[in-house]
Design a protein around this ligand. Sequence first.
Ligand code: G4P
Length: 287
Amino acid sequence: AQINWFPGHMQKARREVAERIKQVDIVFEVVDARVPESSRNPMLLSMLNQKPRIAILNKADLADPNRTKQWLAAYEQADQPALAIDAQHANRLQQLAQMATTQLADKIARKKARGIKTPHIRAMCIGIPNVGKSTILNRLVHKNIAVTGNRPGVTKNQQWLKAGDNLDLLDTPGILWPKFEDQEVGMRLALSGAIADTVFNADDVALWGLTYFMQEYPARLRKAYGLNDADMTLAPHDLMAYLTSKLGFGEEYDRMATRLINDVRKGELGRYTLEVPTAEAEHADTE
Ligand code: G4P
């Protein structure tokens, strides 16, 4: 579901999520592993107010495995628990309850000391739209709950769902807005499909994407479109024009733009991650 965010929307979503954060012991912050930083809400950390958090890098099946390792290492360096998963196949998802238990060990011990035999952990998923919050929720509770009211500003009665012997999950994920302020962030989110196609210019996104893949994943580009060394020395907009005719779109650049964006999103150009945790970006080609 794509959402048009207005200032009123954002305030309401923020109030709602802040209210629900108070009800949980730990927050599962879901991000897209292909854009781990750009797909974070800019205000979540301040809203958490020191509440424990596990960062879930979802859609790891689509992300560049080397870069996912780099991101996990960066999180570890920062003492922030993080987990890369593929929620569609429930890959590694079962580790989440264990990680939450470890992180809340002190709190659980205190509850046990007070005579509670099996202290329950209360958690909720939070993230921007489309990162896979509902998928994770459904997998964790082992059923297909209809996540109604899956929009900000739509309140309903909260319910706790059992996601294991001692893990209870809020039945509705917390939805927050993406970062809008930065042009590069917008391009990353648009190219990976995290934000609505209506809010960006496809030609700009495609050219940004082509430029990025020429720099970071040149071998993928060569393979996908049958390009040679000489083609790869073209300026990005010249290569775009060349691809347009090569793929049979004549001079209809907008059709090539759409094609390129869809190819990237569908994984036709392989697994990719559009940002790295360190300043010095490395060539990511593994082929
Ligand atoms: P949300 O609640 O955070 O908004 O996200 P949701 O679970 O609805 O997931 C958004 C889309 O991402 C869904 O595709 C879902 O199947 C897909 N998805 C979720 N987790 C993963 C993952 O780990 N790997 C991959 N590859 N895909 C994942 P959809 O409903 O088919 O939407 P779309 O494909 O039409 O965009």
